[in-house]
Each structure stands twice: as C-alpha cells, then as structure tokens.
Ligand binder design. Structure first.
Ligand SMILES: C[S@@+](CC[C@H](N)C(=O)[O-])C[C@H]1O[C@@H](n2cnc3c(N)ncnc32)[C@H](O)[C@@H]1O
Length: 219
C-alpha cells in the first residue's frame, strides 16, 4: 500500500515536471531571452554535476593545458573553474556573459578559488570584443539554445577562432532550451564549421567542431 502511494507521488512529480518543462519549451520557442541570473543557480546542482561532470565536460570539449579559451555563458562558474584548472597557468580562460550579475558572481568564484588571472567580462555574443583569430577554442554549455539568432553568434565564434580553432557545445535534455544534436549540428555546419567529434547520448551530449574553411587567403 505504502509503495503504491510513493509511486503515485513520484509519478505526480514526474508529470508536473514534464508539464512545466513542455510549457517552458513552448514559450521559449517563441520568446528567447537570457535565463534570469537567479535561475542560473537552480541548474547548478549535485544531480546535474553527476550526469554532466565539470572536469569530464572540460576534457570532452578538447580543452588542453596552455590553450587560449573563450567560454560563453558561465552561469554559476562551476564549469568555468574546471576549464580554468585544465588550461593551467600557461594558457588563458576568458569568460563572457551578457548578464552583469552573472559576471559578478563568477568573479567571486574565481577569487575564492585563488585564481586571479582569468578574464571575466560582460559582453554579448553578437559583438564579441576580441580581434579575429584570438582563441584556440570557444566553449559553451547549455547556452546556444537561449540565443535568439544563433547564426549571428556562430559568425562571431568563427571570426574570433584561430584557423585551426575548435568550437564545443554540451547540452542536457533537462534544459528547456535543449536542442537536438542533429539540429545543432546542421545549424553549426551551415555557419562554416565541420563536426569533428560527438560524445554522449540523447539525454546529454557534447559536440566539437572545427572550421570548415581553416585556410583563409587575403588579397
Ligand atoms: C542556461 S545558462 C548556462 C550556464 C552554464 N553554462 C551552465 O551550464 O551551468 C546560459 C547562460 O548564457 C548567458 N547568455 C544568454 N544569452 C547570452 C548572450 N547573448 N551573450 C552572452 N551570454 C548569454 C546567460 O546569461 C546565462 O548565464
């Protein structure tokens, strides 16, 4: 009897979650905006870190010691810290977010961790304040789905990446802005990138791209 009651409660929670998730997905399909910074903490929890571990995610994105890496949309900074530790003192992590409050929080995270050389700044993906061919890698987790015109952002990522640079995404089905890996691949490939590596499953995946046209000739 007790088991049935528990099962009913669990089923109730699951249905409420699926209903809410679907509703938010429908709304966000038509109206995209950056997640309010208060909600950013909600998606950074032990359950999420278990299925999308920060260190493993940084490794799967191809982050290597000594790289110059741009991270977009750090949220709570959990994945930023893992990336910065992997890059080490010979490289550099630059992390940007459109929300000044998110940037303030991430500055605090790095300060508490004793990392003072990370560049953290407010910026919009549509106008990245960096010169062309600056970065070895552009990385983001659960961000691309909340950008209203991702094609414009992808053009900026292409511009700031070095000719042999990499572009990496991780996505999680629990995120209401989760894109299907096939849709994301098509979108990114149509912006001048080529899929290099794919890992994970339907629920949680990582895609790494390189530039489709790495050799640029001028004049
Ligand atoms: C869902 S959160 C993901 C946070 C973190 N990467 C994680 O996985 O926990 C998306 C982040 O992207 C940022 N963002 C959304 N639109 C942006 C834009 N146009 N330019 C820069 N950052 C943006 C949001 O402010 C937010 O911090």
């Amino acid at each position: 009897m007790m088991i049935y009651t528990l099962l009913k409660i669990l089923l109730g929670f699951l249905l409420v979650f699926i209903g809410l998730h679907t509703l938010i997905r429908i709304v966000r399909h038509f109206y995209k905006f950056p997640i309010p910074s208060a909600f950013v903490s909600l998606i950074d929890n032990p359950f999420r870190r278990r299925i999308q571990p920060p260190d493993e995610t940084a490794a799967s994105h191809g982050i290597q010691p000594g790289m110059k890496v741009l991270e977009v949309g750090p949220g709570n900074g959990t994945y930023s810290l893992a990336a910065a530790r992997r890059i080490g003192p010979e490289g550099k992590l630059v992390t940007i977010d459109i929300e000044p409050s998110v940037i303030e929080r991430v500055q605090g995270v790095f300060k508490n961790a004793g990392m003072h050389t990370i560049e953290v700044r407010t910026a919009d993906v549509f106008a990245l304040p960096f010169e062309a061919s600056t970065f070895d890698l552009v990385t983001m987790i659960a961000v691309i789905g909340e950008i209203p015109t991702p094609e414009r952002a992808l053009a900026e990522f292409h511009r700031v990446l070095k000719p042999d640079g990499l572009l990496a995404f991780s996505e999680l089905l629990l995120d209401p802005d989760y894109p299907l890996s096939r849709s994301l691949t098509n979108l990114v490939e149509s912006a001048g990138f080529r899929l290099k590596r794919k890992a994970g499953n339907f629920f949680c995946y990582t895609l790494v791209f390189d530039k489709d046209n790495p050799i640029t000739s001028e004049g």
